[in-house]
Design a protein around this ligand. Sequence first.
Ligand code: SAH
Ligand code: DHB
Ligand code: MG
Length: 222
Amino acid sequence: MTTPDWADVDEYIVNSVARDPEAESALRANAAAGLPAIDVSAAQGKFLHLLARSIGAKRVLEIGTLGGFSTIWLAKAVGPDGRVLTLEFERKHATVARSNLDAAGVGERVEIRVGAALESLDAVAQERPEPFDLVFIDADKVNNTEYVRWALRLTRPGSVIIVDNVVRHGKVLERDSDDAAVRASRELLEFLSTEKRLDATVLQTVGAKGWDGFVYAVVAQE
Ligand code: SAH
Ligand code: DHB
Ligand code: MG
C-alpha cells in the first residue's frame, strides 16, 4: 500500500462522520453546471455546521456562495426559524445555488443577493438588520480585510467570524509575494493583530483541498 495522504484521510473522515446526501447532490449539480470545485471540503462544511449549532446561530451571513455547498451546511444548522444571507457576484453561481438549496429543503431560510459583495454589504447595512451571529467569508480574497470590517459592523459582541483560505499552501509567509491573495492574507493578519474588537486565531487545515487554513475570530465583549 502506498502512503495515504491528506486527501485519503479526509475521505475516510467524511465517510465516517461528514456524509450529507443533499450537500453531495449539490456538488454533483455544481459539476454538471461547470462551476469550479472550490467549495469548502465536506469535513469543513460539517465543521461550519457544528460551529453554527454550537453557538446557537440563528442569523448567518456568508460572503461567497458558489453553488451553495457551504450554504447548505450552514442553513441546516440554523434550523427552520433561522436565516442565512449569502452574497454572490456571479449570477450563474447564484442560480445553481438557488436550485441546490431548494432541492436540499432549506431554500426558504436562505436569501441570495447577487452583486459585488462590498455593494451588497453597503445595502444590507442600510437596512439596519438584526446582528448576525456568524459570518463566513469565502469570496475574492483581496477584499478580506474590508469584509471583516463590514462583518464587525453587522455583528454583536460574541459573534464569530470565519475567513477561509488564509494560509494558501504556506505562501502566507512570503513577505513580498506577487500573489494578491497572499498579500491580502498578510494584510488581514496585520489588521487582526491590531483590531481590539476582535480576538482571533488561525487554524491550519489539510485535507481534500490541500494545505490551507481559516481565521477564527470572536467579536469582543464591550
Ligand atoms: N463558500 C462556497 C465557495 C465560494 S467560492 C462553498 O464553500 O461552497 C468563492 C465565490 O465567491 C465564487 O462563487 C465567486 O463568484 C464569489 N465571488 C468572487 N468575488 C466576489 C465578490 N466581489 N462579491 C461576491 N462574491 C464574489
Ligand atoms: C479557491 C479556493 C477557495 O476555497 C476559494 O474560496 C476560492 C478559490 C481556489 O482554489 O482557487
Ligand atoms: Mg474557500
